[in-house]
Design a protein. Structure first.
Length: 121
């Protein structure tokens, strides 16, 4: 377990058991922490799924604001995914640019990527 501030230990998020899908309008829970102004106080964010994008990877969009890196869970506590900034291909070959759009990369996609990485080490 990684050690956090002031000697606190934090568990990792186990993506082996995750929400296989979520639907538009489904309520979710995000875990976050405030800035140093508030002493990095943990906080809970309740959001609804606004949209589901299914392409090469599954992304969800949420109503209201979220923060990059925030884990999102179902009301039952299963991981839905992580909030990331989508990147787009740039105009020049091999370049990418942030889209400025926050989306939740699905836990299933994260699990598939992790498995691919482990198999190719």
């Amino acid at each position: 377990m990684p050690e956090g501030e002031a000697g606190k230990e934090y568990d990792y998020i186990d993506f082996a058991r995750y929400a296989s899908s979520v639907n538009a309008a489904q309520q979710t829970i995000g875990l976050n922490r405030d800035s140093s102004v508030f002493g990095y106080m943990p906080n809970v964010v309740i959001r609804r799924v606004k949209g589901v994008y299914k392409g090469a990877r599954t992304y969800y969009t949420m109503d209201g604001s979220t923060s990059q890196g925030m884990p999102i869970f179902t009301a039952e506590g299963l991981p839905v995914g992580l909030v990331l900034v989508r990147t787009l291909k740039g105009e020049e070959e091999g370049t990418f640019q942030p889209s400025g759009v926050l989306g939740v990369l699905s836990a299933g996609t994260i699990q598939a990527i992790a498995t691919t990485v482990r198999e190719n080490l």
